[in-house]
Each structure stands twice: as structure tokens, then as C-alpha cells.
Design a protein. Structure first.
Length: 206
């Protein structure tokens, strides 16, 4: 751990490129920034507040126990940890609550969408684990998007966002996620369980 937090937050991160159809017959190149586990651990470990956003990818990877361990390690460092639960995240309503309960996540740390959205403006890092459409700001900002008007978790309002995802694929709605290309968003690619386990290992060294 030989890098300062300032270096991590403001250095030139590696970049993943994707294309989207911004106009008919034209392609606009968009760039997503990626970080590794050491950089992610520093962002999380030196934050005052972290909101964890579990999604379908966490459920598929069965990463809930690793997520609880990560939260425990962050709390050891004095970080305030909350969980943001979207009502339709996962296979069915309440799926995320059940999985997190299996991992003994304290119920008072679980916040539904209406309660947590006002908190994102005051959140240092939002950690999105395998969620896609339910955190896509296009639902709020792009009137021509097929998901416009859909209630979302407004993670883009946090000071920084880390997204754990296998790749840059689209969500169930079939639309590209604008969140991935925001200046404040950093991507961590891989299986949710593997990536979270790497974060746990790095946070333990802080």
C-alpha cells in the first residue's frame, strides 16, 4: 500500500472503451475508467461513508458473505456502511434482503430506495455490485431512453462510484448504462465474489 489516497483518486486510471449510438448513423466513443483492488480498497477504506448497492450479479456469484466481510472490515476502519436495496433488484422483490440476511447483515443497515436516495449526495463512495439498469442515470436524465422514468438508485450523485461487473454488457433492458462512463465512476471487472474477496484482502492491509 505505497500510494496516497490523493494519487488513487486523481491519477490517470486505465481505460475501457465502448461505443454507443448517440445519433442515427453515427457512433460516439465513450470511455470508462477502471481500477484494481488496491486502488479500490484505498478509496473505500479512507472514505467516511460507503453505500453498498447489491444487484443480480452479486446474487449469481453468491457474493453476499464476502460483501458482509468487506463491510465488517470497513467498519473496523471507522467507515459508515449502508446498503441500498432497489425493490426489483434480483430475481424477485425482496431477493437482495433475503441474500443479505443469509450473510447476517444487520437489518438496520438496509435502506430502501426512497430512504437512501437523499443520502447519496453525502456519500463518499457508492459500491455497486452486479447491478445495472436499477442504477442507470439515463432513467432520470434521458427522455429518449426506453427506461426513462423508471425509479432508480441515484448512485451517480455520490462523490465517487465503484462498479463491480464482469464486463461492459448492457442490462436486462438492453440499454447501455450511462453510469459506467461518468467521470466519478471507476469500474472493477470480474466475478463479484472474486473481486470483493480481493477488496477484503487489500482493506485488511490498511
Amino acid at each position: 500500500m505505497n500510494r496516497s489516497i490523493t494519487n488513487v483518486l486523481f491519477s490517470a486510471f486505465s481505460k475501457a472503451k465502448a461505443k454507443s449510438g448517440a445519433t442515427a448513423g453515427a457512433m460516439e466513443e465513450r470511455v470508462a475508467k477502471s481500477i484494481d483492488a488496491e486502488e479500490g480498497a484505498m478509496m473505500l477504506g479512507y472514505a467516511r461513508s460507503v453505500v453498498i448497492v447489491p444487484g443480480y450479479g452479486m446474487a449469481v456469484a453468491q457474493a453476499q458473505h464476502a460483501v458482509r466481510e468487506l463491510a465488517d472490515q470497513l467498519e473496523r476502519l471507522g467507515v459508515d456502511v449502508k446498503y441500498a436495496i432497489h425493490p426489483v433488484a434480483g430475481r424477485m422483490p425482496g431477493h437482495m434482503n433475503v441474500l443479505l440476511a443469509e450473510a447476517n447483515v444487520p437489518y438496520p443497515q438496509l435502506y430502501d430506495m426512497d430512504d437512501i436516495n437523499p443520502e447519496f449526495d453525502r456519500t463518499d463512495v457508492a459500491l455497486v455490485i452486479g447491478a445495472n439498469d436499477v442504477v442507470n442515470p439515463a432513467a432520470r436524465t434521458s427522455t429518449d431512453s426506453p427506461i426513462y422514468g423508471m425509479p432508480i438508485l441515484e448512485v451517480d450523485r455520490a462523490q465517487h462510484t465503484i462498479v463491480i461487473k464482469r464486463g461492459m454488457s448492457k442490462g436486462f433492458a438492453g440499454v447501455e448504462n450511462d453510469l459506467f462512463f461518468h467521470d466519478k465512476t471507476m469500474m472493477m471487472f470480474g466475478s463479484a465474489r472474486d473481486v470483493v474477496a480481493q477488496l477484503v484482502s487489500e482493506v485488511k492491509q490498511l
